[in-house]
Design a protein around this ligand. Structure first.
Ligand SMILES: Cc1cc2nc3c(=O)[nH]c(=O)nc-3n(C[C@H](O)[C@H](O)[C@H](O)COP(=O)(O)OP(=O)(O)OC[C@H]3O[C@@H](n4cnc5c(N)ncnc54)[C@H](O)[C@@H]3O)c2cc1C
Length: 393
C-alpha cells in the first residue's frame, strides 16, 4: 500500500490569496510543509489575473481600513520583501487617491464614512464642489454636493505581478505548488483528513485553507458548510481619450460608475448588477452596460470624455459575499481544521498581503496578531449577523 503524501497545510486555490497565505506561512513557520493546489496555473479565469488592482482606505468598516492600510505598507516594500535571489519583483505601485463624489442625498453617508476613516488613521480630505473644480478643472460637478479624496495610501498596482511575486517567493521558501483540481475531502470525526483531486490523487493534511476565490462555496460544500459566496461578473472597459486629465485620481461618480488612468489610457467599470449573480459559466463582456450605463455617466462627469473611444474590455468574477459584501477570514467552528480566506467582494487583491498574514497567524499562533480580523470570522455568517460594507465598487 502506498501511503498518500502528507502536508501540514493544504491550500485549495493558488490565486493571490492562496499564494499570499503560502508565502506568509513559510515566512512565519518555515518548518511547516505547505502545498498549494491550483487547477489552472495560467490563471486565465482567476480573479487575480482579471482584477482592476486598485487599493483604497475609503471603507465604511474599520477592519477593512486596517487591512488595506497594512497591505499598502506591504506593497510599498514588496520589491524587498518578495525578492528572490536578489531579484526584486516589479508590482508598479502608483500612489494616487480615490475620489468619491456624493450627491446631496449621499452626502451624510460620505461625511460619516469620512469621520470613521479619519478616526482610523486614514488621510482623507473632504472637498466642496468649488474645491473640486479648482483641483480638477476637467471635472463637471453638476449634481455633486461633496467629494472625498485620499491624500495617501491609495492607488493601483499590477495585481498579476503581485500574484506571481507571492508564488515565486513562497516557492523559494519551500512551499510546494501542484497543478491539480481538488474535488472532495475525506472527513473523520468532523475533521478533514485528506483532499482528493480529479486526477485520482489524494493528499493527507493537517489543515485546509479554502482559497478558491469565486468558487469557494463549492469547496465548503465538500465539508457540509454553507458559504454565501457567489461568482458575480464584473466588466472593465479600456478607454482612450484625446484630452489628458492632469492629476486624475480614481473617480467614483455618484452613480457608482468609476474610472482611473491606466498608463496613457483609462479603465472604467460599474458596480455589479443583480442580474450578474450566479453567472458562473459566462465571462462575456456586457457591452450594453457600457452603452447604457458607463458612457452616459462618463461623458456627463468629464465633458472631455465625449470624444473617448473604447479600445478593449474584459470580464472577471467578483467573489461576492451575498450576506454582507465582506471577507470571511478564519476557522469554521464546525470543521475546526478548515480555514477560510474568501468573500472579498471585489476588494480582495488589495487586501491579500494583510489577509494572507492574518490567516497564517491564525494557523501558527492561534489568532491574528497584526490586524484583528475577528469581526470577519465565520461566526457572523453562521449567526446571520452581517457586518455590512457600504463602499462596494
Ligand atoms: C474585474 C475585476 C476587478 C477587480 N478590481 C479590484 C480592485 O480594484 N481592487 C481589489 O482589491 N480587488 C479587485 N477585484 C477583486 C480581486 O481581484 C479578488 O478579490 C482577488 O483576486 C481574489 O483572489 P483569490 O485568490 O481569492 O481568487 P482567484 O484569483 O480567483 O484565485 C482562486 C484560484 O482557485 C483556483 N481554484 C478554484 N477551485 C479550485 C479547485 N477545486 N482546485 C484547485 N484550484 C481551484 C482557481 O483556478 C483560481 O486560480 C477585482 C476583481 C475583478 C474580477
Amino acid at each position: 500500500v502506498i501511503r498518500p503524501e502528507t502536508f501540514d497545510v493544504v491550500i485549495v486555490g493558488g490565486g493571490v490569496m492562496g499564494s499570499s497565505v503560502a508565502y506568509h506561512l513559510k515566512l512565519l513557520a518555515p518548518q511547516l510543509s505547505v502545498l498549494v493546489l491550483e487547477r489552472d496555473p495560467s490563471f486565465r479565469l482567476a480573479s487575480s489575473a482579471l482584477s482592476a488592482s486598485s487599493i483604497r482606505q475609503q471603507f465604511s468598516t474599520p477592519v477593512n481600513i486596517a487591512l488595506s492600510r497594512h497591505s499598502f505598507a506591504f506593497l510599498k516594500d514588496a520589491g524587498e520583501r518578495l525578492a528572490v535571489d536578489g531579484q526584486a519583483p516589479e508590482i508598479g505601485l502608483v500612489e494616487r487617491g480615490y475620489l468619491y463624489l456624493a450627491s446631496a442625498a449621499q452626502e451624510p453617508a460620505l461625511r460619516q464614512a469620512h469621520a470613521l476613516q479619519r478616526a482610523h488613521g486614514a488621510d482623507i480630505e473632504l472637498l466642496s464642489p468649488a474645491g473640486l473644480e479648482e483641483r480638477f478643472p476637467w471635472l463637471n460637478t453638476a449634481g455633486v454636493a461633496l467629494g472625498s479624496l485620499g491624500q495617501a495610501g491609495e492607488g493601483w498596482f499590477d495585481g498579476y505581478g503581485l500574484l506571481q511575486a507571492f508564488r515565486r517567493k513562497a516557492r523559494a521558501l519551500g512551499a510546494a505548488f501542484r497543478t491539480a483540481e481538488a474535488c472532495g475531502f475525506g472527513l473523520e470525526r468532523g475533521r478533514i483528513v485528506s483532499v482528493r483531486c480529479t486526477d485520482g490523487s489524494r493528499v493527507e493534511c493537517g489543515e485546509v485553507v479554502n482559497a478558491a476565490g469565486p468558487h469557494a462555496a463549492a469547496v465548503c460544500r465538500w465539508a457540509g458548510v454553507d458559504l454565501p459566496v457567489q461568482p458575480r461578473r464584473h466588466c472593465v472597459f479600456v478607454l482612450e481619450s484625446p484630452t489628458a486629465l492632469p492629476g486624475c485620481p480614481l473617480v467614483i461618480d455618484p452613480s457608482g460608475v468609476y474610472f482611473r488612468p491606466e498608463g496613457a489610457r483609462y479603465i472604467a467599470g460599474a458596480p455589479p448588477r443583480d442580474e450578474d449573480a450566479g453567472r458562473d459559466g459566462t465571462l462575456e463582456v456586457d457591452h450594453a452596460l457600457f452603452d447604457e450605463v458607463l458612457w452616459p455617466a462618463l461623458a456627463h462627469r468629464v465633458p472631455a470624455f465625449e470624444a473617448l473611444r473604447q479600445v478593449a474590455a474584459w470580464a472577471g468574477f467578483y467573489e461576492m459575499n451575498t450576506l454582507d459584501q465582506n471577507a470571511i477570514i478564519g476557522r469554521v467552528p464546525q470543521v475546526p481544521n478548515l480555514l477560510l480566506v474568501n468573500g472579498f467582494s471585489g476588494h480582495g487583491i488589495q487586501q491579500s498581503p494583510a489577509a494572507g498574514l492574518a490567516l497564517a497567524e491564525i494557523v501558527v499562533h492561534g489568532a491574528a496578531r497584526t490586524v484583528d480580523v475577528e469581526p470577519l470570522g465565520f461566526e457572523r455568517i453562521a449567526a446571520g449577523r452581517p457586518l455590512r460594507e457600504l463602499n462596494v465598487i
